[in-house]
Design a protein around this ligand. Structure first.
Ligand SMILES: Cc1cc2nc3c(=O)[nH]c(=O)nc-3n(C[C@H](O)[C@H](O)[C@H](O)COP(=O)(O)OP(=O)(O)OC[C@H]3O[C@@H](n4cnc5c(N)ncnc54)[C@H](O)[C@@H]3O)c2cc1C
Length: 464
């Protein structure tokens, strides 16, 4: 495929705006819900989703009810201007809910679908199937899905979300495709094949590894899990009673990663002196994170990622207290072990696998090695055919840190030369390189509302 320059700008036909949203996870569904919120707005919205259901994605597609949200219910509204919306939805379905509770994640998918169906009318279409390409045309874009007619669009929202993890490797050699090698941690079907006394190695020790450990260990008391990651750090736990809010006076102007770390440590110490828990400092820094990130230059962002990010992430993305209690019990029972240093050796004999963990001397025989390293963010290496096509067309490029796509903070996609690609936006995880904090619902809901506003305001009658 060759690179295609954007065509000149036509105007909206009959005042009707055609928006194609690629991806029907939380980001895509919330963008659609915002676009359709006003029944008077003349538009046609198409959600393209390769999975069988909307609203799920990897986060809310889990079938295990023990996989909980890691954010309290009161902060998980789908709409920034209606903070109680999730609580209201629960009440409307005849259930009571503690606003401080951590709900099963699969219920959140149900909530998102319900909120979309509240506003869905003849203006919404859902196309099942994977989008493999988006082609600029004189009139806008053609969205190409497998086995379907092209969809004509004036604007495209990329909401493709979290990609599969990068393949596991030991000493540069990719792990073989074998029954014991679980490349997709979010498809839990492999656990049904696991022996009742199976031993599982989870590569990674973040929230996905935590979920997987719970599903593996909870129902079969003879199973054991070893989590191995570079740092060997588990996410911190939320506490039952969150203490007072703490607002940190973030210094003005450009910042270095070291200054930021010193500032954070100082705030934690100051909070402690006043009897305030460090969690309040982390939560207070949530709102200014995006602006702080934009004040670090590229080298300082790199330094933050290599030196401080993991320590920040385990404090920022915390586990529900009940989840933390389960893990603590598994560790006390000797069923869960945590090892720092990563996967350092692997041999396979008679279809069984033995691994070496960190600097441990012994190889450990295991029944499964599961890739819980988190979503692959490098658009340059993504296996998503859509991203490969867009890259080859010169429509998208990775951001400098390879955390997502190159885009403005408001989501407009930038091509490899840094020019805005007309009427093409990113919502959610693809904005991570630009904003750093861009993967959780409080950010996604704000982005979805803002992109919908940008597309439907009077100024956007000029389409391309
Ligand atoms: C395990 C986990 C737990 C989380 N828990 C929380 C939480 O408790 N609270 C919180 O605020 N945040 C949480 N998050 C973060 C955040 O809410 C999710 O990452 C969020 O679901 C992102 O939504 P998304 O729609 O952008 O991406 P995804 O959920 O990844 O959905 C993207 C969708 O796009 C589809 N898609 C991709 N490419 C194509 C294509 N080419 N054609 C058609 N369809 C395509 C996929 O099938 C998928 O359904 C969690 C994240 C994870 C991974």
């Amino acid at each position: 495929m060759t690179s295609t320059a954007p065509a000149p700008a036509p105007t909206k036909r009959d005042g009707e705006l055609r928006v194609s949203i690629v991806g029907g996870g939380a980001s895509g569904v919330l963008t659609a819900a915002n676009l359709l919120a006003d029944p008077e707005t003349r538009l046609r919205v198409t959600i393209h989703e390769s999975a069988p259901v909307l609203g799920a994605g990897v986060a809310y597609g889990t079938t295990d009810p023990r996989h909980l949200l890691n954010v309290r219910a009161r902060h998980m509204s789908a709409f920034p201007d209606t903070p109680s919306d999730l609580i209201d939805w629960y009440h409307a379905t005849g259930r009571t809910i503690d606003p401080l509770a951590f709900l099963p994640r699969r219920e959140y998918a149900e909530y998102l679908r319900d909120r979309l169906s509240d506003v869905a009318d003849g203006r919404l279409q859902v196309h099942s199937g994977r989008v493999d390409d988006v082609v600029p045309t004189d009139a806008g874009y053609q969205v190409l899905s497998e086995g379907a007619e092209p969809t004509e669009a004036d604007a495209v929202v990329l909401a493709y979300g979290n990609s599969a993890p990068a393949p596991l490797a030991v000493d540069g050699d990719a792990l073989p495709g074998a029954a014991w090698h679980v490349a997709d941690p979010w498809d839990l079907a492999w656990i049904d094949r696991l022996p009742q006394d199976g031993v599982v190695v989870l590569v990674g020790s973040g929230l996905t590894a935590v979920d997987t450990a719970i599903t593996v260990l909870e129902d079969s008391p003879a199973r054991r899990v070893v989590m191995v990651s570079r740092h060997g750090l588990l996410p911190a736990a939320h506490v039952e009673q969150q203490s007072t809010a703490w607002v940190s006076p973030v210094p003005d102007g450009p910042l270095t990663a070291d200054q930021l770390a010193t500032f954070f440590d100082g705030q934690v110490a100051a909070a402690r002196r006043q009897g305030v828990d460090w969690r309040a400092v982390v939560d207070g820094l949530r709102a200014p994170t995006q602006s702080i990130w934009q004040r670090l230059d590229a080298d300082e962002r790199r330094r933050f990622l290599s030196r401080y990010a993991r320590h920040w992430e385990v404090r920022r993305h915390r586990m529900a207290p009940e989840v933390a209690a389960r893990l603590q019990q598994y560790r006390r029972d000797g069923r869960l072990r945590l090892v720092a240093g990563g996967l350092t050796g692997l041999t396979e004999r008679d279809g069984r696998c033995q691994v070496r963990l960190g600097d441990e001397a012994e190889h450990l025989p295991v029944d499964a090695v599961v890739n819980c390293t988190g979503p692959q963010t490098d658009v340059g290496r993504s296996q998503n055919p859509l991203l490969q096509s867009l890259r080859e067309r010169g429509l998208v490029a990775p951001d400098a840190l390879r955390l997502g796509v190159s885009c403005r903070s408001t989501g407009e996609i930038l091509d490899p030369s840094g020019a805005v690609v007309p009427q093409m936006y990113a919502v959610g995880p693809p904005r991570k390189g630009t904003l750093y904090e861009s993967t959780a619902i409080p950010e996604i809901r704000a982005q979805a509302a803002a992109v919908a506003r940008a597309l439907t305001t009077a100024g956007s009658t000029q389409i391309r």
